[in-house]
Design a protein around this ligand. Structure first.
Ligand SMILES: NC(=O)c1ccc[n+]([C@@H]2O[C@H](COP(=O)([O-])OP(=O)(O)OC[C@H]3O[C@@H](n4cnc5c(N)ncnc54)[C@H](O)[C@@H]3O)[C@@H](O)[C@H]2O)c1
Length: 258
């Protein structure tokens, strides 16, 4: 009989979580560490990354490391992989979580702002995936999980065309990388969250906030809690999803049902 608990176990695996200092990335790092993975927090904010790495180490008893990484900077990304390999030997799991969202009407958006969103959300995913995949190819594979969004699948109406396009690109890059690297035993999947409750979104969506009306459009009538992504990330990171590659798992309280 297959031992299902063992399939989800990530003991002695090493996971890099980009943008893991706060928000969804921090909770994803917490989830992966609770099933045994050592954690690298790779965030542009080193102070916050160090705090999060220390907190996860103390709470969950795994080894952690904070590395200052701007995912748009190729040299930073190379160093992210090199330092992870120096400390842990190899990279088993990459969560491409770092991302930004600017709410600007397309007609008011400067080309510079458009490029900024694409740089972090698309080019950052490309760079981190490329350099981690090169390491995974030397070590018999691994799992890459990209942070797309339900906004990559619907034209989310809140003046965020650049964001929507960037997250659609992430979903498609997920399929393309999955196809290119399948023979190296590298699986590439994505999650596509709906509206999640983070420090940033909570005040906007809660009663009296500028987007409070949007909650009426979510079938479950609430924001998602960050921990509600954790189970899917553990699944995609682990052998429990060994037949899954190129997929995006939408987790949105039903928003995109219709
Ligand atoms: N919050 C939501 O409702 C929601 C929904 C769908 C998808 N997402 C996606 O989930 C991811 C995380 O969202 P969040 O709400 O936790 O965001 P957040 O703003 O709370 O956290 C983002 C983290 O990324 C880091 N970061 C930003 N730019 C970076 C860069 N260039 N290099 C490295 N790190 C960088 C920040 O320092 C921060 O720690 C993003 O990709 C976002 O698009 C969020």
């Amino acid at each position: 009989m297959v031992k299902y608990r063992e399939l989800f176990d990530l003991t002695n695996k090493t996971a890099i979580v980009t943008g893991g200092g706060v928000g969804l990335g921090k909770e994803i790092a917490n989830a992966l560490s609770q099933v045994g993975a050592n954690i690298v927090i790779a965030d542009i904010d080193l102070k916050q990354s160090k705090e999060t790495a220390q907190e996860i180490k103390e709470l969950n008893g795994v080894s952690t490391l904070a590395i200052k990484t701007d995912v748009t900077n190729e040299e930073d990304v190379r160093l992210m992989v090199d330092k992870t390999v120096e400390n842990f030997g190899k990279v088993d799991i990459l969560v491409n979580n770092a991302g930004i969202c600017q709410k600007i009407d397309a007609v008011d958006q400067s080309l510079e702002d458009w490029k900024k969103t694409m740089d972090v959300n698309v080019n950052g995913v490309f760079l981190c995936s490329k350099y981690v995949a090169l390491n995974m190819m030397e070590n018999n594979g691994g799992s890459i999980i990209n942070m797309s969004s339900m906004s990559g699948f619907i034209a989310n109406t809140e003046s965020q065309t650049a964001y929507n396009a960037s997250k659609a690109a992430v979903a498609h890059m997920t399929k393309s990388f999955a196809s290119e690297w399948v023979n190296h035993n590298i699986r590439v999947n994505a999650i596509g969250p709906g509206y999640m409750k983070t420090a940033m979104t909570k005040p906007i969506f809660e009663e009296g906030g500028e987007l409070a009306h949007v909650l009426d459009m979510v079938p479950v009538k609430r924001l998602g809690e960050p921990y509600e992504l954790g189970g899917a990330v553990i699944l995609l990171a682990s052998e429990a999803s060994s037949f899954t590659t190129g997929s995006t798992f939408i987790i949105d309280g039903g928003y995109t049902i219709n």
